[in-house]
Design a protein around this ligand. Sequence first.
Ligand code: 0A1
Ligand code: ZN
Length: 852
Amino acid sequence: MSQMKTIYLKDYKKPEFKINSCELHFDLFEEFTTVINIMSINKLEKSENDIRLDAMDLELIEIYLNDLKLNDTRYIIGEDSLTILNVPESFSLKIKNKIYPQNNTELEGLYKSGSIFCTQNEPEGFRRITPYLDRPDVMSVFTTTVIAQKDKYPILLSNGNKQNCHDFMNGRHGTTWHDPHPKPSYLFALVAGDLGCVNDEYTTASGEHVELNIYCDKGNESQCSHAMKSLKESMAWDEEKYGREYDLEIYNIVAVDSFNMGAMENKGLNIFNSHYVLADEDRATDANFMGIQSVIAHEYFHNWTGNRITCRDWFQLTLKEGLTVFRDQSFSADLNSREVQRIEDVKGLRDRQFVEDASPTAHPIQPNSYMSINNFYTSTVYEKGAEIIRMIHTLLGEENYRKATDLYFDTFDGQAVRTDDFLWAMSKASRIDLTEFETWYHQSGTPTLKVEESFHNGIYKLTLTQRVPNAVDGSVQKPYYFPLKIGLIGLTGKEILERVLIVSKEKEEFVFEGLNSKPYLSINRDFSAPVKIQQSTKEYAFLMKHDKNSFVRYESAQSFATETLEEMMESGNIDEEFLEAYGYILNLDIELSYKALLLELPSVSTLMQRQDVVDFVPIYLAKDRLERELAALYKDKLQELYKQNHKPKNKKLDAISMGQRAIKNRVLRILSALENREVIDMAREQYKESLTMTDRVVALDILENITSEEGEVALNDFYNRYKDDTLVMNKYFAILAASHRNGTLERVIVLENDEVYDEKVPNLVRSLIGVFARNYKHFHAIDGRGYSFVAHKIIEIDKINPQMASGLASAFKIYERLNNENKELMKKELDRVLAVPSLSKNVYEIISKILK
Ligand code: 0A1
Ligand code: ZN
């Protein structure tokens, strides 16, 4: 099967041609679109006779070389290419072809989201629009004219600055856009539609005026203000923190409902999943508002880290993604609570990336091979990639890091570069040798750091041993070089010192002299390195009380809870000391969102990662029981906290209001373990009287999980209230698909036929099928029906949208680690998927790696 070909980084070859300019004309019609692409091209490699352009599913109309029409002896149409034979050293190529955006369900290239024409070209969508050298190291200056019927598509957008508009006699009109910044084809974008718009402006530090527009479906304009505010905050932050200004006269954002991912950083014309743009308090949760702020920032920051400096090839993806995630995390930490942000970042990393890193699909942040590059927009490339940049930041310090990023921008602006180039700038500006650090880019798996302590005669000795797992192919990997931030705390809780240790060997000792007694160790402060800590001393209660580092306090509470749960799974005993420590947190007078995190029990995913053979049933039985114990023991205190912080009429988004919602919803969730009348009434009241979606979804989720009647009443009310708003309906589907109640699978199957559900819209598929595949109880049910259902959906959705299907397939990544009974059931389904003859390479790559 030629399409199952593996691509290797070592086979990279420089482009043989340069495309100096690319002039595009789009004529959009209801049934088809014609594209005219005029390129001025130069040979870079004189010996090359033919030019092979990437082209997929294109209907060729005609080709002109230097204004001469070519007959079909002068070119070859391949499966995914168009080769023009015998081209001169410098020439113009004009290609006319036809495409069918309205039939494009893959959502790559030019497609329709409802009545809006839009594009998604990263990583390889442009070849579905027109023949091109569709690779990131070919950068060109684009001029784009979009023509469409004026009444249906009054708004016509592309990258860069607007040049001119024309009205034609036949009710059609056209707009021409010019982008002066050379860019790769994956950053090309086009939008046409009858859109609502919110307009604002920004003046850059050097006094340039920028017009800001957010386009959305008409009627949703009032839901764009948070996104607009976030955009302006991002622009100011990048000027202040990185000295980077925006570089065009206009910045457009368009929100569409059908989008494979979160958003896309196309130059001057970001296209967003509407989930990351639209919000008001009645429809979006506090978490949604935070998500919008960070994704708006992420796409904006790409303008420098991704667009001005892009990737040489797709193996370098983390060059732009790891760095940009680190930038958006730093931005969110600066604008909100730093401590909460760091904990949320680490939680996400462990729940997604650690799981991936322990699976057969594990890969280095810079992989060395792939079948489908679409499968590599992973948590490893993004989130672990960001941790690697964070370690560089820690190693260099703020001042050197800024010098180094300045050098990176100065040296590589306008180029397509490699992660090595980034490391060169980091090391050159700071004069810190990062050679040993490079291992992080080329190895996979999460290292474990074993910690041993000793104390004699005032000398405290810390012995650290790294255990680095083998790579997926079984090869042995090297120890890592990383910064480890630690603190030593005295018996009374007083801080003795804080240090950043540099760990670089498999086994290492660090000695601290002149201490009066054995200190308490606070290790991996701020999660300075993405490693697992293995420690035999259990000083959790002490650290929860005395550590000044907010991350380690959180970590201690989590580890304490984790070990308590493990003990319960083994012996049935509950550690009294943990119950006490939990009570201590309940009484703490600290920031409320942080407190809500301290009171959260470890996720099923955290516990499952620590099992040798994964078995979910004991995990959620233990969790349920511990929650019940805590709820019963601290009932009065929990209710008091709830009453103090439940402000149903307050829908403000300031830190205090959000903190109050976070804590009282955490408390309500704990109390819900009691499943009694009192809690049902509290949840029902909260659902009815609260003005925020944050409160409503928590109440709804609790009711759904503990009472069938009241749950149904609230769910019906929710459905009737929001059925015309698909974005909100995602929450409805997700609550039902995540439900622990019996009959969840049956209800998911019924919901597939709901008039709101649409298998072609990725958000809805993720909310219903994707959430179900992460419902441990029902997906892994021992009758095997959960596996069978999801496998069946993967096969069905693969025909519509392979990227969606391979996203669903990742729920099976846990296969190898499952107990025999589940493993056998899952294998049957994986074999079935793999046997489908027309399977996409996206799904094939994931499933075949899982089964290997
Ligand atoms: N570069 C975008 C992510 C993205 C990648 C692929 C997509 O479609 C196949 C869409 C978006 C980002 O990091 O935000
Ligand atoms: Zn990105």
